[in-house]
Design a protein around this ligand. Structure first.
Ligand code: AHN
Ligand code: ZN
Length: 335
């Protein structure tokens, strides 16, 4: 009798061990998953709000042309600093004086908003916030020494970056992000003046590249936004971007096309543009691309109203701001 019961008991206990083992394994898996998610929550890519970005563009334009050494420039600078301070973890302000090609001494400020400053792996996002003092491509020569709104040339890139800053204040990608607003990009040689052309542009980024906000600053790669708000914009593979950071060009254009912005991001080669990214590449060795609106149908290769009195809010299309903003967001949340 005893003999007969033993195998039965044995079977029952084996079954018990087997089932409890299976259950424990399941619990362990669930616990592992929960622990992993706690440390590393599933990243939901936020939605870029184009109306909010449009509002940030409009706000900058409302100060008047942001030409260095003017009140509008100082007041807009104060507003940019305050806005970055609302959203970023750490804000740096770089005040300095630089000499323009015509001898004018410019009082300039670069603003840097850092997100997750403790992270080693970082991405640099940049745009220029100043506007050109002269509409030297205006069809009316009377305007060739007049300042203009710079809604697209200046405010659009900053508008997209401020909306990204707002979103990054609510949710963080795996990488750290630095938003850099460069001053005095657009004080380059006037069409009708004599002087050196090449290093007359991008004075704020030349200064930052030589003395970054942190002396050991480095980033995996950088993305510069310039003229990213006009209706019908076309973003081509810019020359220096392909030269210094071809892998970043490929990555950004692939993502843009995958998420439905292929009509803005074209797989065509554009020209070589002397812009802030040139000095970030050349001096700091951070592979940096320029997302810049290049057109084939205009004499200068940029949007129709480039450096004219018509670069105002009328040229801004929220659909363009959205294409650029959602693409950059997707890039940084996939890193
Ligand atoms: C030159 O035309 C040499 N650089 C154009 C860079 C620029 C001006 N971006 C905006 N305004
Ligand atoms: Zn310009």
């Amino acid at each position: 009798m005893f003999k007969a019961i033993t195998p039965c008991l044995f079977l029952v206990s084996v079954l018990f061990v087997l089932t409890s083992c299976g259950g424990e394994q399941k619990n362990e898996e669930a616990r592992d998953k929960a622990e992993k998610e706690e440390a590393d929550p599933p990243r939901v890519i936020p939605s870029f709000n184009a109306d909010s970005a449009y509002h940030y563009v409009e706000k900058q334009v409302s100060f008047g042309p942001r030409v260095p050494n003017t009140n509008a420039h100082r007041e807009c600078g104060n507003w940019l600093q305050g806005t970055l301070e609302r959203f970023a973890d750490t804000v740096y302000v770089q005040n300095t004086r630089v000499r323009a090609y015509d001898g004018t001494v410019l009082q300039i400020s670069n603003f840097i908003g850092s997100f997750s400053p403790e992270k080693r792996s970082r991405i640099l996002l940049a745009a220029h916030w100043d506007t050109r003092p002269w509409a030297d491509h205006d069809p009316d020569p009377e305007n060739h020494y007049s300042p203009f709104d710079g809604a697209n040339d200046g405010a659009s890139g900053v508008g997209v970056l401020l909306e990204l800053a707002r979103l990054l204040s609510h949710s963080s990608p795996d990488v750290g992000v630095d938003i850099v607003l460069f001053d005095a990009e657009d004080y380059g040689l006037h069409r009708e003046e004599q002087g050196p052309d090449r290093d007359s542009w991008a004075l704020g980024s030349q200064h930052w590249a030589q003395s970054p906000h942190r002396s050991d600053y480095d980033a995996r790669f950088g993305i510069l936004l310039d003229m990213v708000g006009a209706q019908g914009a076309t973003f081509l593979h810019e020359g220096y971007s392909l030269l210094y950071a071809p892998h970043v060009v490929r990555k950004v254009w692939e993502i843009a096309q995958r998420i439905g912005y292929g009509h803005f991001f074209l797989n065509r080669e554009g020209g070589y543009i002397m812009d802030d990214h040139y000095y970030v590449n050349e001096i700091r060795n951070i592979p940096t691309i320029n997302i810049i609106d290049q057109r084939s149908g205009t004499p200068h290769g940029f949007f129709e109203h480039w450096h004219t009195m018509q670069d105002n809010m009328d040229v801004i299309d929220p659909a363009t701001l959205e294409a650029v903003g959602q693409t950059v967001l997707t890039v940084i949340f996939r890193e």
